[in-house]
Design a protein around this ligand. Structure first.
Ligand code: CMP
Length: 139
């Protein structure tokens, strides 16, 4: 089915001027960027977005990193977009990511792993609603 997923190009991507390079991989995989905005995440936004990781030892580090520079928030659309994007991103830890994936190609550590993608259609809806209004997504 045609789905939408939520994506973030993280501060390590924008810092290294990799927005276009990562978007090229996304588009080459057949996903369409139907919403996109470059923002500076506030601490409150990052804490809300990552609330499920609140008890993890790396939570503070994660929020600090995600607010350390601009991010690009995106809505990606395509056939099985949620699973397709997770395949294109590769494993959370770039050391374990498959050849040709975004994280294998661009990421330097598990913390600074270049991209976020929703893990389910349900979470994609929640995450998209946190950063986009209906009129800002054009399919
Ligand atoms: P993401 O898909 O954005 O969701 C949670 C994030 O936590 C994950 O990507 C990683 O960037 C980060 N993360 C996961 N494990 C660790 C870790 N061991 N140390 C630092 N950050 C981590």
């Amino acid at each position: 089915a045609t789905e939408r997923t939520f994506s973030i190009l993280k501060p390590d991507a924008t810092k290294r001027n990799l927005t276009g390079a990562v978007n090229a991989v996304i588009e080459k995989a057949g996903l369409r960027i139907v919403g996109q905005r470059r923002i500076q995440m506030s601490q409150a936004q990052a804490e809300t977005f990552y609330a499920i990781h609140k008890e993890r030892p790396f939570f503070g580090e994660l929020v600090t990193f995600m607010t350390s520079g601009p991010v690009v928030v995106q809505v990606l659309e395509g056939e099985n977009a949620v699973a397709k994007y997770r395949e294109v991103m590769g494993a959370t830890n770039p050391a374990q990511a498959a050849e040709g994936t975004i994280r294998k190609t661009f990421s330097e550590s598990v913390g600074e792993n270049t991209v976020h993608g929703s893990d389910s259609v349900e979470n994609a809806k929640i995450e998209i609603a946190q950063f986009f209004q209906d009129g800002d997504i054009v399919g």
